[in-house]
Design a protein around this ligand. Structure first.
Ligand SMILES: [Zn+2]
Length: 438
């Protein structure tokens, strides 16, 4: 095998799509759901402590910019409104987390396996909670980025106006003071066009009316409009969830069938195809939502805080938020990766157990007969690709440094004594120089 052979096999493997075998494994799906669900929980715990902090801190004139001290300027009022927006989002995120927990499989037997059957109710609760998550967080990220009085007025007055149409008298009295009542009357007297066009209304404006327009505006402001695939993923999820929210025929047809299901089983116990389908969807939604939270929601919050708070104080908030974004991003990236292992030719299909150590820490024992559909990590869903190397090359140089070729009779590179490692690295350096000078 020469360098072109290796390059060819890498190129081939890289162009292959993700293994559906790995993604369809129920045990693995439950692991990944649990993992991403706790990652999002960690994210919301951070947001809760940030919200409590900001609620107090923003009352303090000493930490805000001059423009936010002047009660004739809009930023003065956003000091109250921002913590309110965040606490609204916390409730929505927590609801979504509760609706996207992994299945509890303890005590499930063939007799009671119907307990984990997924029906219309389960699908609908999950998708509706996710829909509220993405809908509210997009709408709030939009407000946080703009901090525009007419935009927030439109948003709040629209919601109050709908609420007011049906709410009971006692709730109305508890919630609406005279000032808000008269604002509402003024708003209700404007026709829709006037409400949304800022120049014709001195109180409200809504420049980006649809969900899609808001998403575009947010991505532009965050400087991530090049992330076309992710933007589409958010919009596609919104369309998909509309089907469930508005109960079209497809979602009910798909989820409320009464046909008897075959019972599947794995190392943990029995389960049903509907349970697995449901988990697959749950995992996909969780991943999109968590990515959205770290990539879009938290950065939008930074923009808002930067406008209000003094630069030196803001820097501290920025680094706290960045740390959470990094933790979520890095940990999310450990799921469903593709890893490449170099393996000595002749080992596959031999009668030896091949140990494949995954980046997530789990060592997967690939037992003979070496079934290619089992080439994935049971803990994190990453797919393994094997590149066979002829002879006994011991180590191979990759962009991450030298790695041991699986099956070679040498220790792992990192387990070598320091002087051995240095010697090997020097050889690499020499080889590279020779290649460049050639
Ligand atoms: Zn793994």
């Amino acid at each position: 095998m020469d360098e072109i052979d290796i390059l060819r096999s890498i190129a081939l493997n890289l162009s292959e799509s993700k293994s559906t075998a790995a993604l369809n494994n129920y045990e693995l799906l439950c692991n990944n759901i649990k993992y991403v669900n706790s990652l999002l929980s960690l994210g919301v715990e951070f947001l809760k402590s940030l919200q409590l902090d900001l609620e107090q801190a923003l009352k303090n004139n000493a930490i805000v910019k001059n423009e936010s001290k002047d009660n004739s300027k809009p930023f003065f009022y956003f000091r109250n409104i921002i913590p309110r927006i965040i606490s609204n989002d916390i409730s929505i995120i927590e609801k979504f987390i509760l609706n996207s927990l992994p299945d509890e499989r303890d005590g499930i037997t063939i007799e009671n396996v119907l307990k984990i059957k997924k029906t219309f109710l389960d699908f609908n609760n999950l998708v509706t909670a996710a829909r509220q998550f993405v809908d509210s967080l997009v709408s709030d990220a939009y407000q946080l980025i703009l901090l525009e009085p007419k935009e927030i007025n439109f948003h709040v007055l629209s919601s109050l106006s709908s609420f007011n149409k049906y709410v009971t008298k006692s709730i109305r009295q508890a919630l609406f003071n005279n000032e808000i009542q008269s604002a509402l009357i003024e708003f209700d007297n404007l026709d829709f066009n006037k409400r949304v066009r800022g120049q014709e209304s001195h109180i409200t404006k809504c420049e980006h009316k649809t969900f899609g327009q808001k998403v575009d505006c947010i991505f532009d402001n965050l400087g991530i409009s090049g992330e076309i695939d992710f933007k589409e993923e958010i919009k596609n999820f919104f369309s998909f969830s509309s089907e469930f929210t508005h109960i079209g025929y497809v979602s009910t047809f798909f989820t409320s069938s009464n046909t008897t299901e075959v019972i599947f089983g794995d190392d943990i116990g029995p389960y049903l195809p509907s349970t697995e389908n449901f988990s697959e969807l749950k995992y996909e939604i969780l991943e999109t939502a968590t990515k959205f939270y770290s990539k879009v929601y938290l950065p939008s919050l930074k923009i808002a805080l930067h406008k209000i708070i003094n630069d030196d104080i803001y820097d501290n908030y920025k680094s706290q938020i960045n740390k959470t974004i990094e933790t979520i991003t890095e940990n999310l990236n450990t799921r469903n990766n593709q890893y490449y292992f170099f393996i000595k030719k002749g080992l596959i299909n031999s009668d030896e157990i091949i140990d494949l150590p995954c980046m997530c820490g789990m060592t997967n024992r690939w037992e003979p007969p070496h079934d290619l559909s089992k080439l994935f990590c049971k803990s994190c869903g990453s797919k393994f690709n094997l590149i066979e190397i002829e002879g006994d090359p011991e180590y191979i140089i990759t962009s991450n440094g030298p790695v041991k070729v699986i099956g070679s009779n040498v220790p792992d590179f990192n387990a070598l004594p320091l002087e051995k490692r240095i010697e090997l690295l020097k050889t690499c350096e020499q080889l590279m120089k020779n290649t460049i000078n050639r």
